[in-house]
Design a protein around this ligand. Structure first.
Ligand SMILES: Cc1cc2nc3c(=O)[nH]c(=O)nc-3n(C[C@H](O)[C@H](O)[C@H](O)COP(=O)(O)O)c2cc1C
Length: 533
């Protein structure tokens, strides 16, 4: 073997290409031969481009191009690292047969010409050299097509003609890194890059045009209509499933949200770690191929293993550096940092002083390496930009989304949000054992006075299991509010709810937030390592 995967990774100076070639078997004169063993665990077989497990053609070309650039970098000697190699032109591409999960691919790439150390022309081929016969793909029958391809290819001199997957002719440009930065990105010596527009949210394979996650709101405040419409506008829509019993309700909500959001929409669920039926609800969401899961109050470790099994990213919530570090160590894809201005349950148990979101974000940003999402009290575009400057990659907002036409909750609940004054916003004790931020209602007055009705043991559904201190029934209180019975209801809200003045559409709200953020970024850009246009 000429190069191992580790050696390849040292040669190619990018952290996250779409895929890695596994090994280079040989480099002789102008020809290089490499291999890749695909696996059903590879993310691109899991509905990345299409909804069935075959390798997208663009990634077959990517493997060929990567193999070609390894050859070119070898030929350029030590100086190659000063250059970017950009496969800028695919002049022809023929695809002959599909690649299934488990197939082993061989890449054979020939350097046809290298002009003035600036442009290189290649011919590359990919072959399946070892098939995964047991592929369960419904398209496995397409292998029958091989015989036909084999026949067509008889004239070819390639010894692998029958197994040929792709032939591509492409050009690679060699661009001096420093020149690229000054010429194309405007970076002058020592001057950092400036982002003058709200950047998208990119976390692993997740991509949302707008870096806003609509916070999950239980019980049944954020369902498919809100989440679907948020995702349709390019942000991330979250269905809250805490308080649900039936996994089929979770599946049905996700399906309906997707119908509204369209194929590009990013839909997630939020579930409290203390929720009853935790595992069955989480599994249902994963089977429905939800794009992400945010784990709220109560840290469950078993969700991470499931996330890996189903390839669903898990976001942990944290209100301290300690819990953020724990989430990172367990394998979370991102951490939602929630400060004390949030609505609903607050992650500051007795004895832990309330902290502002921005202070926790600043503290965690330098230490935890995975992306951070800031939550709690974020109201307008200025707040969003402030959180990005503090080190967050995006924000989670909930209160603003209650006062939208599409929010799934009863109109009376929305009216309570609209009418709330500063002095109506209070901190109550929740039977979960955490404080919660809510708006004063007759029931809330009773909770504050310690006179709320005790739960009826005959009706208790055990919604939060053993952690419940039975001071009142939180499920009933939240259900009453969401159905419009404000007298007996608990209406959660963030500390800035008094600033909400009207009910708008999700589209109007998101456009307003983006407009406000962009106006600020145009004046005072964000300092970034990568620019998005
Ligand atoms: C009505 C309501 C219900 C909420 N329910 C949940 C929940 O079930 N799980 C959770 O993790 N967070 C919940 N939250 C918190 C939000 O998801 C979000 O993180 C927080 O409210 C952000 O602060 P903001 O409302 O000031 O934007 C809830 C918030 C509200 C206002």
């Amino acid at each position: 073997m000429e190069l191992t995967k580790e050696e390849i990774k040292k040669i190619i100076p990018y952290d996250e290409p779409f895929l890695w070639v596994d090994e280079v078997e040989s480099i002789k004169d102008n020809t290089i031969v490499g291999y890749k063993q695909t696996s059903s665990e590879d993310p691109y077989f899991k509905g990345h481009f299409v909804d069935f497990p075959i390798m997208p053609g663009v990634l077959i070309v990517e493997g060929i191009a990567q193999t070609g650039t390894i050859l070119l970098r070898k030929k350029m000697g030590e100086n190659h690292k000063k250059n970017l190699l950009l496969a800028y032109q695919v002049r022809s591409a023929q695809f002959y047969k599909p690649v299934f999960p488990g197939d082993k691919i061989k890449y054979q790439v020939e350097l046809l010409g290298f002009y003035g150390f600036k442009t290189a022309n290649f011919k590359g081929e990919a072959f399946v050299v070892k098939e995964n016969k047991s592929s369960s793909s419904p398209f496995a029958a397409a292998r029958v097509g091989e015989e036909r391809v084999g026949e067509e290819d008889k004239s070819s001199s390639s010894p692998f003609a029958a197994a040929r997957v792709c032939e591509v002719r492409f050009s690679v440009a060699v661009i001096d890194k420093d020149e690229f930065k000054t010429k194309y990105l405007g970076e002058k010596e020592g001057k950092p890059l400036s982002q003058t527009k709200l950047p998208p949210l990119k976390i692993g394979n997740l991509f949302a045009k707008i870096p806003i996650i609509q916070g999950g709101m239980a019980v049944r405040v954020s369902l498919h209509n809100l989440a679907g419409n948020v995702a349709k506008e390019g942000a991330v829509g979250i269905i809250a499933v805490s308080g649900m019993n039936d996994p089929s309700e979770v599946k049905s909500e996700i399906r309906q949200a997707r119908e509204i959001a369209g194929p590009q929409g990013v839909i997630g669920i939020n579930i409290m770690g203390v929720a009853a039926h935790f595992l069955s609800l989480v599994k249902a969401a994963m089977e429905e191929k939800v794009n992400l899961i945010i784990q709220g109050a109560g840290f469950r470790e078993d969700i991470f293993e499931l996330g890996r099994k189903y390839s669903v990213p898990i976001f942990s919530m944290a209100s301290s550096l300690k819990v953020a570090k724990k989430g990172e160590a367990m394998g979370a894809s991102a951490i939602v940092i929630e400060g004390a201005d949030a609505g609903g349950h607050l992650g500051f148990p007795k004895g832990h002083p309330f902290r502002k979101t921005i202070d926790i974000v600043k503290e965690v940003a330098g230490v935890v390496k995975i992306p951070l999402i800031a939550a709690g009290g974020i109201f307008d575009g200025r707040d969003i930009v402030e959180m990005l400057r503090a080190g967050a990659k995006g924000v989670q907002m909930a209160t603003r989304f209650v006062a939208t036409k599409e929010c799934d909750v009863h109109q009376n609940f929305k009216e309570v949000h609209l009418k709330a004054k500063k002095e109506d916003i209070v901190i109550i004790h929740s039977p979960v054992g955490l404080p919660g931020r809510a708006i004063k209602t007759p029931l809330v007055e009773k909770i504050l006075a310690g006179k709320a009705p005790k739960p009826d043991p005959k009706k208790c559904q055990g919604c939060i299991g053993m952690v419940c201190d039975k001071s009142y029934c939180i499920l009933d209180a939240l259900e009453n509010a969401r159905k419009g019975d404000i007298e007996n209801g608990l209406v959660f809200a963030g500390s800035n709810v008094w600033r909400v003045k009207k009910i708008v559409s999700v589209k109007e709200l998101i456009q307003e937030l983006v407009r406000e953020a962009n106006a600020i970024l145009k004046q005072e850009p964000l300092v970034v390592k990568e620019i998005y246009v």
